[in-house]
Design a protein around this ligand. Structure first.
Ligand code: FES
Length: 144
């Protein structure tokens, strides 16, 4: 039954369809086709377009992996989530810069790699600066 249907399509219906197609003898003849003639050509043109696309598809450039969408490109990639804990009590008095651009080679401390990253990409990332003052400094500031 299935083979009979395929046989009928290939041997009878397809040749009959192709014979009835209003194919012009020159390229300029396409401009003179009526709308109904174009509509009769549409299935064939669609199939030819699909076959053409499928045959050139292996040679088309592959989509680039969206590596740019990754924030962390290299730091502790073996971990499912990179978490750094810094105890505020361990900080000495002064300023500490922690990286937020994920490009630092001294992670989690900023090594100014963000400057090069910003120049290359037009980004505007920078470190988070944590300041710890001594109590006496804070007291002096409030007294003045
Ligand atoms: Fe990343 Fe400075 S190196 S913020």
């Amino acid at each position: 039954m299935v083979l009979e249907s395929i046989f009928r399509i290939i041997k009878v219906q397809l040749p009959a369809y192709l014979r009835k197609l209003p194919l012009p003898e020159s390229i300029g003849g396409f401009a003179q086709l009526t709308v109904s003639e174009w509509l009769r050509l549409l299935p064939l043109l669609g199939i030819l377009t699909l076959v053409g696309y499928m045959s050139i598809r292996p040679f088309l450039p592959k989509r680039k992996k969206q590596r740019d969408s990754l924030i962390n490109l290299k730091i502790q990639k073996e971990c499912p989530k990179v978490i750094n804990e810094i105890d505020i009590e361990d900080l000495k008095i002064g300023e500490f810069c922690y990286c937020r651009c994920w490009r630092s080679k001294t992670w989690p401390v900023c090594d100014k790699s963000h400057i090069k990253h910003n120049e290359l990409t037009g980004d505007n990332v920078g470190p988070i600066i944590v300041r710890k003052r001594s109590l006496s400094v804070q007291y002096d500031v409030s007294v003045q």
